[in-house]
Design a protein around this ligand. Structure first.
Ligand code: SF4
Length: 342
């Protein structure tokens, strides 16, 4: 589908069953019935930045802040491994307390003890730091572009530019990271055209994961009175993303679960989402990782029920994007049942 067709569909009132089926077929042709799991550990809610929509922004003085110790983190990684998950996401605000050396130490300790892929989601750092994290053993990095609308980006991220963010994404790719990005649907001041541009931006950057989730208002932020988008808008975008982005990993996000519950997750899977991200932060800390209000804990019980009901299976792999899996395992494209260029 081209941009014009995508915008027309997004602006129409209802689902198109044919588009939903096409998206699901696309996912099943690449990933079959498998769902990839990533265990998230939110290890610090300190942040030096002030994004207008975010509940853990620096100026939110009412939030109780926390940092996990290395032992706290290792204990949680162990829980993730015990659940049969082989990818860990270490997520935090932009917290420079965790220096380059400290992050490298955490990565090395995890890699020494566990056979697990490490994804970092820790925001903006210098290229030399990113390189050190990669050399220490982290292989994936999540950094959302948030919105492809440059003016809105600047309005909501004081002192920052979209160009700067995209440059960082390019740097991460050059270092060798598998990079995931994505946008916030319904971010104040954005439009349906922006959301389609977001998908095509991810395509043009050839990213490995596309996190497309709804805006959720957060108390004590300048955008606390803005509304979330409808679940249907998010689901339509996920279907379009699967069709346009083909083998890119697409999660059914925790924000979508918080907005629409398990039914929204089911709908996301029905249109080709192939990744779920259970939270292993632990109740004591998790309640203060309040990037938005009414954040619901997505745990293994909810996920297992969902997977069983849908007749799906957990993948026992590290959940690489198919293109990367094929490359790493030296499987020729002819042997693969999916053609990257179609
Ligand atoms: S969105 Fe990220 S960088 Fe911005 S305030 Fe929140 S945690 Fe910090």
């Amino acid at each position: 589908m081209d941009k014009r067709e995508c915008i027309k569909y997004l602006n129409s009132g209802t689902y198109d069953i044919e588009i939903n089926n096409r998206a699901l077929s696309q996912k099943e042709a690449i990933y079959g019935k498998e769902i990839f799991l990533r265990g998230i550990i939110e290890f610090s809610n300190f942040c030096r930045k002030n994004c207008l929509y975010c509940g853990i922004r620096k100026d939110n003085k009412l939030l109780k802040r926390y940092r996990m110790s290395i032992d706290d983190i290792l204990n949680r990684v162990e829980q993730i491994i015990r659940s049969g998950i082989k990818t860990v996401v270490l997520q935090s605000g932009e917290d420079t307390f965790y220096s380059r050396d400290l992050i490298c130490e955490i990565i090395k300790k995890i890699k020494k003890r566990f056979d697990v892929a490490i994804t970092l989601c820790i925001g903006e750092r210098g290229v030399d730091e990113y390189k050190a994290f990669y050399d220490a053993g982290a292989s994936r990095f999540l950094i959302k572009h948030e919105t492809s609308n440059e003016k809105v980006y600047e309005k909501l991220h004081p002192g920052e530019t979209l160009k700067g963010r995209l440059k960082l994404i390019e740097n991460l790719k050059t270092i060798g990271f598998q990079v995931g990005s994505g946008n916030i649907v319904g971010l104040p001041f954005t439009t349906t055209i922006d959301y389609i541009n977001d998908i095509f931006l991810i395509k043009s950057l050839d990213l490995d994961m596309a996190g497309i989730g709804p805006f959720m208002p957060a108390e004590n932020t300048p955008l606390k009175n803005f509304m979330s988008p409808s679940v249907i808008t998010v689901i339509k975008l996920l279907a379009l993303a699967r069709i346009v982005l083909k083998d890119v990993n697409i999660p059914a996000t925790t924000a979508l679960f918080s907005l629409g519950g398990a039914d929204a997750l089911k709908s996301a899977i029905d249109v080709g989402a192939n990744v779920l991200m259970p939270n292993f932060t632990g109740d004591n800390f998790r309640k203060n990782y309040r990037i938005y209000d009414s954040k619901k804990p997505l745990d293994m019980t909810i996920i297992s029920e969902l997977i069983e009901k849908k007749g799906l299976v957990f993948s026992n792999s590290k959940g690489e994007r198919r293109k990367i899996y094929v490359r790493n395992n030296e499987i020729g494209e002819k042997k693969s049942h999916f053609c990257w260029e179609n």
